[in-house]
Design a protein around this ligand. Structure first.
Ligand code: IFM
Length: 431
């Protein structure tokens, strides 16, 4: 049995994003936000991947990965409205060539939290023109790189983005509004649906090759604080529906439907070829209110669940591999192949990272044995990198970065990733 009917291999490797590793992304809204001094540190040179991409791709190749997920930086292509930078197109072309030469499949994200500053100045994702601007860029990117790319991710973690940027006000543009969040959700969904069509149109008419398009949805495992409480279970249900499934459901059905709160006709057609999902942790949720913002439940303190919570990461996130198995089984009802576009841990203890990888791959393998068609697995992240508002402290990489001199050192956990992904490949290709 192959993992996929289309005869694709099991893709595995790591994931990164442009702003977190490239350095000097000075034309985007995160850069401007960092200059206001609101954060403990700015991204600056980040991992200097912009200049060191060859060295980094060499590392990926040395580790035996057969795929690599990374993002294109919109603000490099279009630093000013309607002004397209040929050098940026040439730069990413070099990355594609390097990957191709080493037989590494690129999985390409078009939007990973950052926006060109000119776009943000015009209202960004709140603007009625958001989808138009985004799709103009998508069309150029798909035309330029279609010959290299089979897998596109339109938007990374749309719900995480809208929560931090438009609901909690923690990320640029720092807005705290339920209404604004819902508007951004609609505009991102619209942009995704249009991007799906744009990409398919380009591949069907010009390239005449197969293409797979999805989002990377952040999927958490939610569990009731008091399992016996109907209200807590209801809060878990509504939270899972909103944060985990609303986008996926809308993109697979063509309708946006949030029980009792919101519904809208989108296109009536499917706009996902597979499910891209990022899984990190489990959260304990309790009921707070039947209506309004708190109808999605609120988190309860992990300390109350001392017996159940065995391990935390540097981010304070529980390590809970079983949750990956659970969400994979749940999402299997969409009858689409699933790619784990991110899964990782921030820790200074590389032994903890090795166990994390082993246990999560174990959960994934069990799900595959139960028939879930898993298309691939991407550990977050290749390098230690800029973790947004948390700066450089959290260490997610299987490759250590010494920020003083930008030297790289492969950690032991990188071998655990390679060995165990290879085992999964051979196990599922043998049968
Ligand atoms: O670093 C982020 C990434 O940008 C999106 N997914 C979660 C990661 C860890 O927080």
């Amino acid at each position: 049995m192959k993992p996929l009917s289309a005869g694709l291999p099991f893709f595995w490797g790591t994931a990164t994003s442009s702003h977190q590793i490239e350095g000097n992304n000075s034309a985007n809204d995160w850069w401007a936000w960092e200059q206001t001094g609101k954060l403990k540190e700015a991204s600056g040179l980040a991992c200097d991947h912009f200049r060191r991409f060859r060295e980094d791709i060499d590392l990926i190749s040395k580790l035996g990965h057969n795929a690599y997920r990374f993002s294109l930086e919109w603000s490099r292509f279009e630093p000013q409205e309607g002004v397209w930078d040929d050098e940026a197109f040439k730069y990413y072309e070099e990355i594609f060539k390097e990957l191709h030469a080493r037989k590494i499949e690129p999985i390409v994200t078009l939007h990973h939290f950052t926006n060109p500053q000119w776009f943000a100045d015009q209202g960004g994702w709140l603007s009625e023109k958001a989808s138009f601007y985004f799709n103009r860029y998508v069309s150029r990117a798909a035309t330029a790189y279609g010959k290299w790319v089979r897998f596109w991710i339109t938007i990374n973690e749309p719900l995480v983005y809208l929560y931090h940027s438009f609901f909690a006000g923690l990320w640029p543009p720092g807005i705290k509004s339920y209404r604004a969040s819902m508007k951004v959700l609609r505009h991102q969904l619209q942009a995704h649906v249009e991007a799906y069509r744009t990409i398919h149109h380009i591949y069907e008419t010009a390239l005449k090759t197969e293409v797979w398009v999805s989002v990377a949805a952040h999927v958490g495992h939610f569990t009731p604080c008091r399992p016996g409480s109907f209200k807590d279970r209801w809060a878990v249900f509504s939270r899972s529906w909103f944060f985990n499934e609303l986008f996926l459901n809308a993109a697979t059905s063509g309708f946006l439907f949030f029980p009792g709160i919101y519904s809208e006709f989108l296109s009536g057609r499917k706009s996902l070829d597979f499910i891209g999902m990022n899984y990190y942790t489990r959260d304990f949720i309790r009921f707070s209110s039947w209506f309004g913002e708190n109808s999605l439940g609120v988190s309860c303190d992990k300390a109350h669940h001392q017996k159940e919570v065995k391990e935390l990461s540097m981010m304070g996130w529980e390590v809970h591999p079983e949750g990956l198995y659970e969400v994979l089984l749940r999402l299997n009802r969409y009858h689409l192949p699933i790619m784990i576009t991110e899964n990782g841990i921030a820790t200074q203890d590389d032994g903890q990272r090795s166990r994390f990888i082993l246990d999560h791959l174990g959960a994934l393998r069990r799900a595959m044995k139960h028939g879930v068609p898993v298309l691939g697995y991407f550990y977050w992240s290749l390098l230690d990198n800029f973790e947004w508002a948390h700066g450089f402290d959290p260490r997610f990489g299987i490759v250590e970065v010494d920020y003083k001199n930008q030297s790289r050192k492969i950690k032991e956990s990188a071998q655990v990733l390679t060995e165990n992904c290879r085992k999964i490949m051979s196990e599922f290709e043998k049968k």
